[in-house]
Write a protein that binds this ligand. Structure first.
Ligand code: IVH
Length: 677
């Protein structure tokens, strides 16, 4: 009976292990996540029902509940060597020559080339196929027992797959953290108010030093193997390094898919170029390439130096971390007014790219890292991520340096700098007046939900702003044909269109206008609420914080922003200039007098065409919008009304053919009567 249960249990464990291996090692899942969960739950339920059967290496037992008290030192059964380094093709050629000399061989040698993972060397000891111990390299002679943490790595089997393995098998490889995990983990560190790790290697090391395996399990380490230690003689090892690793892979151990066999120095150099080009796209960090003589028969003849085997060498990549001087911290003003401190560095080559600037993000970050102008700093580039200042080299800070502070006024426009409540960001309050914010402000001003000036795209705004033709939005209303025609790629037809759109935008609504001003925190809905509440720009501009806070959905932060915006004299100047240019809107009071829903136009789609005698089409459109109509530019089956002025053309014909209600100007005005009267 028990043996039957045991068989059932073993079968379940085997199934979970099999799918784990396909998922974590082979990257080739055989069942869906949901099916896997079901299987895993079945195993967990079985164990709950039969606790006496639980195997310490069951896949459910990776996180072995308890934290350990400390690390025990373990003497390695066989020493863990390091590697000699090569920094150039010449160094590699020397290595190849030395090997051939020792082997008294002149033909090209075959090497196995593999990425040099930037992590930590680990020895895994399997006895009878079960993982019994994992140790760090330590000083090469003895390391620390980190079995409890290594067991949490899903790609490492707790029980070797298949059979045929030696009774004692030690495999060696690198534990590392993938870039994605590293970023996610640092984000969690920040949320928890803890110090982020400087790089994936430190993060992996910190994770292995955790006493509580639950923490390591969360941080998701990875592993690739690249060697072996003690192996009992009940196994006949293949003749080459590559075949040996293949055998290990058959037992469920993860090997690096980038590994390849290459021939002679030329093959080594080709592989170097290929992997270097791929470096930034790899999901983990590597600091070079390791070349190993493939034929194991040669190993005994080549032997070891005091620290490294003579049959292997590491060719280093350009370092991704360098030290340089922090010359200055400058402030850049972003498009939304956010002040970003930027490190000006003594130019230094990092990973093949010369770096002279790096973002410092914000003041909190600078204080947290404690970087000061004059420091020697560690600069790091990770993949295609922008260069980063990791921190100062404190041992080299010989004289006291001033702690960095943010300026109280915008370095571009001199406006007051404000720090938003509870946010790390400092912001220039210059708004429309600050040149650095102008382009962004202009883009916002002309956008569809703001003044809706079609045809004024980002490229055009860039040109107008760069050439200082338009510095504030009111300058848009002074543009004329000759000025536009002087711009790059501007034909007369599109210039005329732009001018017409600018002209049409003068007729707007108070809500659109408030939104267009780009007051921080004031989006479309807030702008509408403000317009509805205050009904006139004057009333809004003069409202104090307390009365602003009585408006729907407006709290202290928004009220403060609004008050602050209108307190800046230059914002007032721009607003006055806009009004002087002819921007106007129907009085929202009128909407109050007649509930929009009461109008025959409420909720209707209306198209305007031809020339109206009383006021422009855009004015009529704005009034209709106030009443809740949707204005469309073309006639379709969805159109409810076509308002046709003098000389109406194709739109009128189309509306008639579709049987859509057509109103002439008199009829239109009659239907608008309540609002005009
Ligand atoms: S072979 C006796 N292969 O590099 C052979 N090491 O600088 C010793 N490393 O301690 C190691 N990737 O932590 C080897 N593909 C790779 C490697 C690799 C990373 C690390 C390992 C070693 C260090 C030596």
């Amino acid at each position: 009976m028990t043996s039957n249960l045991q068989q059932q249990y073993q079968a379940l464990c085997d199934q979970v292990n099999y799918h784990n291996h396909h998922y974590y090692v082979l990257d080739n899942p055989q069942i869906s996540d949901a099916e896997f969960d079901e299987l895993y739950q079945a195993l967990a339920a079985f164990e709950q029902a039969h606790p006496q059967l639980i195997d310490a290496n069951s896949p459910t037992q990776r996180v072995a509940g308890q934290a350990i008290a400390g690390f025990t030192s373990v003497v390695h059964a066989q020493p863990m060597y390091s590697l000699d380094n090569a920094f150039s093709d010449n160094d590699l050629a020397d290595f190849d020559r030395r090997v051939k000399e020792r082997l008294k061989q002149s033909v090209n040698l075959e090497y196995c080339a593999e990425p040099k993972m930037d992590g930590l060397a680990i020895n895994l000891r399997f006895e009878k196929g079960q993982l019994v111990q994992a140790t760090t390299r330590g000083d090469g002679v003895s390391g620390e027992d980190v079995t409890h943490n290594i067991r949490t790595i899903r790609s490492i089997p707790l029980q070797l797959l298949g059979d045929g393995w030696p009774a004692i098998l030690e495999v060696r490889g690198e534990v590392f953290m993938r870039k994605k995990e590293f970023l996610a983990m640092n984000q969690r560190q920040l949320i928890l108010g803890e110090k982020p790790f400087a790089n994936p290697r430190n993060a992996a090391a910190g994770t292995l030093r955790q006493l509580d395996p639950k923490v390591s399990a969360q941080r998701r380490l990875s592993f690739y193997l690249y060697g072996w230690g003690e192996m009992s003689s009940d196994w006949s090892q293949p003749e080459t390094y590559a075949q040996t690793l293949d055998a290990f892979a058959q037992w469920g151990l993860p090997t690096n898919p980038e590994s390849a066999l290459v021939q002679g120095v030329e093959g080594m150099a080709d592989y170097y170029q290929q992997l270097l080009a791929k470096r930034e796209q790899l999901p983990y960090e590597i600091d070079g390439i390791v070349y190993k003589v493939n034929s194991i028969g040669h190993y005994a003849q080549l032997g070891f130096t005091a620290k490294a085997p003579r049959w292997a060498i590491a060719r280093k990549f350009p370092a991704m971390e360098k030290w340089t001087d922090l010359l200055d911290i400058e402030i850049q003003v972003g498009r939304t007014g956010a002040l970003t401190p930027v490190a000006r560095l003594q130019p230094v080559e990092v990973g093949g790219v010369v770096v002279s600037n790096a973002t410092l993000h914000n003041l909190d970050e600078i204080l947290r890292k404690d970087v000061r102008i004059g420091d020697k700093v560690i600069v790091r580039r990770a993949g295609d991520v922008i260069p980063e200042v990791v921190g100062p080299v404190l041992s080299l800070r010989t004289e006291p340096l001033a702690v960095f502070t943010m300026p109280s006024h915008c370095p571009i426009c001199g406006s007051e700098v404000i720090k938003e409540h509870d946010k790390a960001v400092h912001r220039c309050s210059g708004g429309l007046f600050c040149p650095a914010q102008r382009k962004r402000a202009l883009q916002h001003f002309v956008s569809r939900k703001a003044m809706d000036i079609v045809g004024l795209g980002d490229k055009l705004i860039d040109q107008l702003a760069d050439q200082e033709i338009v510095r504030h939005p009111d300058h848009l209303y002074a543009l004329d044909l000759p000025v536009l025609l002087r711009l790059e790629r501007m034909a007369e037809k599109s210039a005329l269109k732009v001018l017409a759109a600018i002209e049409a935008s003068k007729q707007t609504t108070l809500a659109r206008f408030i939104y267009a001003l780009g007051i921080p925190e004031v989006g479309e809905v807030t702008a509408k609420n403000l317009a509805q509440h205050f009904k006139s720009l004057d009333a809004l501009q003069n409202a104090d914080q307390a009365s602003l806070m009585t408006v729907d959905e407006i709290g202290e932060v928004v009220a403060q922003q609004v008050r602050h915006f209108f307190d800046q004299p230059h914002n007032r100047e721009v607003i006055d200039a806009l009004l002087a240019a002819g921007i106007h809107w129907p009085d929202p009071e009128l909407k109050q007098a007649l509930p929009a829903s009461a109008s025959p136009f409420a909720g209707k789609t209306v198209v305007l065409t031809g020339t109206l005698a009383q006021g422009s089409r855009t004015e009529a459109a704005a009034k209709l919008e106030v009443l809740g109509a949707k204005i469309s530019s073309s006639v379709s089956a969805k159109t409810d009304f076509l308002i046709a002025g003098e000389n109406a053309g194709s739109k009128l014909a189309k509306a008639e053919s579709l049987g859509i209600t057509v109103l002439n100007e008199t009829q239109f005005l009659e239907m608008m009567e309540p609002i005009n009267g």
